[in-house]
Design a protein around this ligand. Structure first.
Ligand code: GLC
Length: 634
């Protein structure tokens, strides 16, 4: 009778791994196996233990993993060793992230390498480049429909360019983060093509149904990501049947209940790590496991898959970070760091998408208490984990993550998500925003909003009217949101161009490659003239203010991503405040009314140093409309 993985003596798994590496690497790998091996085997057994041949599969996987460990370049091993000694390395207050499309930012991967001095000047230490792997021909969702994970989009460069870039960035102290699109492949990926051609091995890589019976049953409880442009979750493919496509019809969801999918994808990740990618943005993590009768999001098995990937990364490339992209309500977010026995053993980072959407909502409603609520409901994280703080990214701002907060169920006064969506589309009388609704059926639907932060904060409208006062307020609003992202307990991320107040790309609709996708509104070309000018204009002012925040953050241990955080309470709901670490307070006026703060509960001093203005102040503290202050006790 074949042994199941649970019965296999643990030393035989260890042997499968260690036999395949040479003596020089064996010690390090053996120590890591002691720390992570048992968890890895247990997790994989839970996911795939009932599959025939599980044990042989696991042995083959471990041998292939060992080959990746053996192939890991020495410079990366040195980084691994350094980070194993200092697992807090990415939580330091000088770690600032930046996110950009390769082509929009600098044309090609080589172009990005030339922009390293710019990133250094800004203080960036973590660079997220949106997908640069070879994508599908034609529409490809901004690169999120990957045709070949082991090749670079020829328009952007070559694998050699990638390795040169990672080395250059590493030398500059900047970690490269790449997307790992693990929920789906493009329909022209070789696995998908083999599946279409009838190859049973690859047919089993996807969820394909012969008729609508099961898809219809699943649809009863599934949501929709692109209800307008890609309604439904299944696409009919001739010869294959109804294929699960959560996103666009050309993005085929992988069937992660198939252990071969796990093995192929895990090894892909390790190979990419060996090319010098130091962090992976795990795209659409919420959707990895399907379960009838549910929305097939955030399922326990999806977490187990991430934990198994993490254990493998910890074995082969412990210097690498995993970052979860899950656009889900706050209560579903924290489990992406691992829960129960696995707390701290899943992702190192996760986007705090609820906090981001709450910040825009707080601004539209002039209500800081909405942010207070979200902070109060954000639990402390396991050690060596952190949120990602951000204002904008390449996607729309999804409003549904705030559904609970909006009903008032979570304690605060209710608000209307539809109104927020209309506000950012410029469709309410009080709006200063120049964004657009995304995937909404009409004004009663709050799906998402598109637009660059600067346009949403009112800069475009103020420039149109030439109203200097309105422009000053709009600038403050943009900086207010960045001030929040930079002072919450998080690794903060700048979205390309926000550091210059770059506006919408109103021309996107003229480009046939982008016309049908509203999110290109906020994927403009970088304005290098403005970046280089650093002039006495809106861009220059915003740039200097952002660099000032980065400089202050760098010198303020209380702003480390894992330093303690609590929200301050205020009588006036317009105010939002945070206490961080020892004696640091950040205050934000989310409203157009001047606010006066007479006392700060929990602090028995009236004497403060304003770190951004570099001035001493005393209580009462005045906060002009949309102003903020970062204060240290004197
Ligand atoms: C993620 C990406 C988004 C993409 C989707 C499908 O949410 O951020 O841009 O459309 O995944 O890959």
């Amino acid at each position: 009778m074949p042994l199941s993985a649970a019965d296999t003596p643990p030393h035989s798994h260890r042997a499968s791994l260690l036999q395949a590496v040479d003596a020089e690497h064996r010690d390090a790998l053996s120590t890591r196996w002691d720390a992570h091996g048992e968890r890895l085997v247990r997790t994989l057994h839970g996911l795939y233990g009932n599959r025939p041949g599980h044990d042989a599969w696991l042995t083959r996987l471990l041998q292939a993993v060992a080959a990746c460990a053996q192939a890991r370049p020495s410079a990366l091993r040195a980084l691994d060793a350094q980070r194993e000694r200092d697992p807090r390395w990415f939580l330091a207050p000088d770690l600032i992230g930046y996110s950009a499309y390769v082509d929009r930012f600098a044309g090609t991967l080589r172009g990005v390498a030339e922009k390293v001095p710019y990133l250094q000047r800004l203080g960036v230490r973590y660079l997220h480049l949106l997908p640069f792997q070879q994508a599908r021909e034609g529409d490809n969702d901004g690169g999120f429909a990957v045709r070949d994970y082991d090749a670079i989009d020829p328009a952007l460069g070559t694998l050699r360019d990638l390795e040169t870039l990672t080395a250059r960035l590493r030398q500059a102290g900047i970690s490269l983060c790449a997307d790992f699109v693990l929920n789906h492949t493009a329909d022209d990926h070789r696995w998908a093509q083999a599946a279409s051609a009838g190859d049973p091995r690859y047919r089993a890589y996807y969820h394909a149904f012969p008729d609508r019976a099961l898809p219809d049953r699943f649809e009863r409880t599934l949501g929709q990501v692109f209800p307008q442009t890609a309604p439904g979750n299944f696409t009919h493919v001739p010869g294959l049947g109804w294929v699960w496509t959560t996103f666009y019809p050309y993005q085929w969801d992988l069937d992660w209940s198939n252990p071969d999918v796990f093995a192929d994808m895990a090894l892909t990740l390790l190979r990419l790590a060996n090319r010098g990618i130091e962090a992976f943005r795990l795209d659409s993590t919420a959707y990895l496991w399907k379960r009838e009768g549910t929305d097939s999001m955030n399922q326990p098995e999806a977490h187990a898959i991430l934990q198994a990937l993490r254990a493998l990364a910890d074995l082969v490339a412990p210097g690498v970070l995993l970052k979860a992209e899950a656009i889900v309500p706050a209560r579903e977010l924290t489990p992406y760091f691992g829960s129960g026995d696995a707390a701290g053993h899943e992702c190192h980072l996760a986007y705090h998408s609820t906090l981001m959407a709450a910040a825009w909502t707080a601004l539209a409603e002039q209500r800081g208490d909405i942010l207070t609520q979200v902070i109060e409901q954000t639990p402390a994280l396991p050690a060596h984990c952190a949120w990602l703080g951000y204002v904008r990214c390449h996607d729309d701002i999804g409003w549904k993550v705030l559904a609970d907060e909006a009903t008032g169920k979570r304690g605060g006064a209710p608000f209307e998500l539809n109104r927020i969506a209309r506000f950012y589309a410029g469709d309410t009388p009080d709006s200063y925003a120049r964004g657009r609704a995304f995937q909404s059926a009409g004004s009663d639907d709050a799906h998402g909003s598109n637009g660059m932060a600067s346009a949403l904060a009112g800069i475009a409208a103020a420039v149109e009217t030439g109203d200097a006062h309105a422009l000053a307020l709009a600038q403050r609003r943009l900086l207010l949101l960045y001030g929040i992202a930079f002072s919450v307990a998080a690794l903060p991320l700048i979205y390309m161009g926000d550091e210059l107040g770059l506006g919408n790309d109103e021309d996107y609709a003229r480009d046939p490659r982008h016309a049908s996708e509203g999110r290109w509104l906020h994927r403009p070309l970088m304005d290098w003239n403005a970046a280089n000018a650093d002039g006495d204009d809106t861009s220059g002012n915003i740039g200097r203010a952002i660099r000032r925040m980065i400089a202050v953050r760098r010198e303020t241990p209380a702003l480390a991503a894992d330093a303690s955080m609590r929200a301050l309470g205020f009588a006036d709901p317009a105010l939002f405040g945070l206490a961080r670490g020892e004696g640091f307070v950040a205050l934000f006026n989310m409203s157009a009314r001047t606010q006066i703060i007479d006392s700060l509960r929990g602090f028995d001093t009236a004497h403060w140093q304003d770190l951004l203005q570099d001035e001493r102040i005393e209580l009462p503290i005045v906060l002009e409309p949309y102003a903020m202050r970062w204060l240290r006790m004197r």
